[in-house]
Write a protein that binds this ligand. Structure first.
Ligand code: TRP
Ligand code: SF4
Length: 336
């Protein structure tokens, strides 16, 4: 039997960090075996908020794909492509926009949050920060991404669930209006692994300057690891430590070290036999070892960038083909 289609995307934000790796990419890599995976860079979605900051957009897209390939997305198993190269998605977006009631998108809580964040980051009086027609359509465009491949499964984080609920509503409404069973109602597949925090204990993010990039070199990584928050109640090396209150460093151990090491660190910390600086120095080595092969692979792709363009071009073609299959049926159902 054919594998079920799965779609997921990331906005083209540039180089990815550890949070992406643990929260999303390891998941995507594993899903490749079970599903027919379509993974794309959402450059149109990037424009919904960054339409006036496009200087780095091209490079950002390549950086995202380089990180994906380095982390183990396999172009022989998955279709890797750029959203804006699949014009059928735009066509479907228009058709879906016709059947989407305004209040469905207006009450999307995730969109409201996005606008709030934008307003905090930029100047509130800046007109560019207002909700644009394109940004309002964010969940409709996302629906088009998913429905163009008629995906049944969409791996996302909880922050995307509200959008996906709208997708399900739109798919159902399309089927009802045009009396068809063309579209699946795509189900979310939540990532199991808890999100990693930034070195300062806040949400990890590029704009908070607390992230460690997959592509950072060893020295940078070690330096950033030394900034990790530890057990704040601990002043001296021989104070008894509390790994459960070690907000970042111990969490990273749990994410990146083997079980035996985690146990050892936990015991030594509790007994006051381990200083935080030494502990983080060791953590830096563990993390660098873990990422060494990934960084090596990224470097190889970077040095053979034509191969990366080939992979993307092939993916664009495959995705276009799949979307065209769907759109032929859609046009037929709509009588357009
Ligand atoms: N909105 C998603 C995010 O910010 C990215 C995205 C766009 C997406 N289209 C999608 C995710 C379709 C899954 C399916 O993370
Ligand atoms: Fe955290 Fe290690 Fe310090 Fe214990 S010794 S508080 S685990 S950094």
């Amino acid at each position: 039997m054919d594998k079920v289609n799965l779609v997921s995307g990331m906005r083209s934000t540039g180089k990815l960090h550890f949070g992406h790796y643990m929260g999303v990419l390891t998941n995507w890599v594993n899903l490749q075996e079970e599903y027919n995976c379509f993974y794309f860079v959402a450059d149109w979605h990037a424009l919904t908020t960054k339409f006036n900051k496009t200087e780095t957009l091209k490079q950002d897209k390549i950086d995202v794909v380089l990180d994906w390939l380095a982390c183990g997305l396999d172009p022989d198993k998955s279709t890797i492509y750029i959203q804006s190269k699949v014009l059928q998605i735009a066509e479907l977006h228009i058709l879906l926009s016709m059947i989407t009631p305004n209040n469905w998108v207006e009450r999307d809580p995730t969109l409201k949050d996005m606008v709030k964040i934008l307003k905090n980051k930029d100047n509130i009086s800046d007109n560019n920060v207002q909700m644009s027609y394109g940004l309002l359509g964010y969940p409709v465009l996302m629906s088009a991404d998913i429905m163009a491949m008629n995906a049944a499964i969409v791996p996302v984080g909880i922050d995307q669930l509200a959008h996906l609920e709208i997708t399900r509503d739109i798919a159902r409404r399309f089927n009802n209006i045009y009396k068809t069973d063309l579209f699946n109602e795509p189900k979310p597949k939540l990532t199991q692994i808890p999100l990693l925090l930034g070195v300062d204990g806040q949400k990890m993010g590029k704009s908070f300057n607390n992230d460690i990039k997959i592509s950072d070199d060893e020295t940078t990584t070690s330096k950033k690891i030394m900034q990790c928050i530890t057990d704040r109640s601990r002043a001296r090396k021989d104070d008894l430590g509390h790994p459960d209150k070690c907000e970042v460093a111990f969490k990273y151990y749990q994410a990146f070290a083997d079980e035996e090491t985690v146990k050892e660190v936990e015991e030594e910390c509790k007994l006051g036999k381990r200083g935080c600086a030494d502990c983080k120095r060791q953590l830096g080595c563990i993390v660098n070892n873990k990422f060494a092969p990934i960084r090596q692979k990224r470097m190889e792709y970077q040095q053979d960038i034509d191969k990366v363009y080939d992979i993307i071009n092939t993916g664009n073609k495959k995705a276009t083909c799949e979307a065209e299959k769907t759109l032929a049926k859609v046009r037929d159902a709509v009588n357009i």
